[in-house]
Design a protein. Structure first.
Length: 439
């Protein structure tokens, strides 16, 4: 009997079922593909598109082939055509300092407080008066000064117990907490430690301190000063001296470190950091640097050094102190000819701009005492308060309180000094008081 061809072997009902199943699966796959294509979740191959559209590829198919990217990628391609932010920048509030400075976190609170104060009280905040030996409370009642500078005559005859009591009575008389400061530099300028009831010996000069153990002894000395002042109720020292002098014949030499610019910068940095660690504010002085010049307590002094000397030497300690977070800088009365030949530094907008813009200082700028002969000689005896304030100083140090206060108050009331200019400094002052925990 002849054999059946191989290919015919096994044909029957089982083979039919297999073929039927295969057809069904194929049909389902085609339905799914077509459905997915219609819904847009499946991209067809170009050959399929050609078959469906009669061999002509549509623009949409070409577009999908040229841009096979996912949705996030398509979104990123569209991003450059849209602006970064459709909202306009918020305008600066007039009267609030336009900086992100060391007190800027408190500007808004300070601004709200300042808005609630009278013009007379705002003007008072600009001043730190030399504390009078008599009538100190009355002066606070009348002028509401930002602070008092305490000289040796304040501490003489008092004790460690009575000084805080007296300062507390001053604070109780003031509607806004006050700065209480003094010059406790060490050496020839000591307002407190010269009296034995406060310290067993007066603080040594920066040179004597540095000679003992260099910066290690500076840390100990600065800490002891900060702790003494704080224990008596003071919150600010008008120190350290950032002037550079290496010549013993210079006026400022005995008060300076007596070292080169870099060593003095390191000294200033350590002083500022130690004051901060011990919770006392400090002041860099006397900007832009005394150098080898004479004494402005006794008359006008003209500094003829070139700008390069300041940039490569005198500015270094101030930069170091500013970077370390010094809250105050005191400006001298020297006429620095390379910066402004026409006015003492404390009355010069140009010097203030250098301090703010070139050195980046955002804290409180303070004048040296406006009663010093350099200033009275320059102004012919008239109050320099308005000129000093218009130069950009925030705080005016004054030993002629009522005259200087009235001069600035009258200028604000007449419009010679704008309300915005007054607010700018007062907001910075109040912000500092918030930062120092006084408010």
């Amino acid at each position: 009997m002849p054999r059946e061809p191989r290919y015919q072997k096994g044909n029957g009902p089982g083979t039919g079922r297999v073929i039927a199943r295969a057809c069904l699966i194929t049909l389902l796959a085609v339905v799914c593909l077509v459905g997915g294509w219609a819904l847009g979740s499946v991209k067809p191959l170009p050959v399929v598109v050609d078959l469906v559209n009669g061999g002509a590829s549509s623009d949409a198919a070409q577009s999908s082939q040229a841009q096979p990217s996912s949705e996030p990628e398509a979104s990123s391609q569209a991003a450059p055509s849209s602006p970064v932010s459709s909202e306009p920048e918020e305008p600066k509030t007039p009267g609030i300092p336009d900086d992100d400075g060391i007190f800027s976190a408190y500007y808004e609170r300070a601004y709200q407080k300042a808005k609630s104060m009278t013009t007379a009280d705002l003007v008072g905040q600009v001043f730190i008066f030399r504390c009078p030996t008599e009538g100190a409370v009355k002066l606070i009642d009348d002028c509401q000064p930002g602070g008092y500078c305490l000289m040796a005559d304040f501490f003489e005859g008092k004790t460690k117990e009575t000084v805080p009591e007296t300062l507390s009575s001053f604070q109780n008389s003031s509607r806004t907490p006050m700065f209480f400061c003094c010059d406790e530099e060490g050496g020839t300028v000591v307002r407190i430690s010269r009296f034995s009831q406060y310290a067993s010996q007066k603080f040594e000069s920066p040179q004597q301190v540095y000679a003992r153990a260099q910066l290690d002894s500076v840390v100990i000395d600065t800490r002891d000063k900060a702790q003494l002042l704080k224990s008596l109720g003071l919150n600010l020292n008008l120190a350290p001296v950032a002037d550079i002098s290496t010549n013993p014949s210079d006026f400022i030499y005995d008060r300076s470190l007596g070292q080169d610019a870099q060593t003095t910068a390191d000294y200033i940095r350590v002083c500022v950091e130690t004051y901060q660690e011990n919770g006392l504010a400090c002041t860099l002085k006397h900007f832009p640097g005394y150098g080898n010049n004479g004494d402005t307590h006794t008359g006008l002094v003209y500094d003829k050094r070139p700008m390069e000397t300041f940039e490569t030497s005198d500015f270094l300690p101030f930069r170091a102190g500013i970077e370390a977070g010094a809250q105050f800088v005191l400006v001298s009365h020297n006429v620095v000819e390379c910066m402004d030949p026409d006015a003492p530094a404390s009355l010069s907008p140009k010097v203030n701009e250098i301090l703010r813009d070139e050195l980046g200082f955002t804290g409180l700028v303070m004048t040296d005492d406006l009663i010093m002969d350099a200033i009275t000689d320059f102004t012919g005896g008239k109050s320099p308060a308005v000129t000093a304030f218009q130069a950009g100083n925030d705080i005016l140090l004054s030993s002629d309180p009522r005259t200087d206060y009235q001069a600035l108050l009258s200028a604000v009331e007449s419009g010679e000094v704008s309300q915005d200019r007054l607010m700018e400094s007062v907001v910075r002052i109040l912000a500092a008081k918030y930062a120092m925990g006084l408010l």
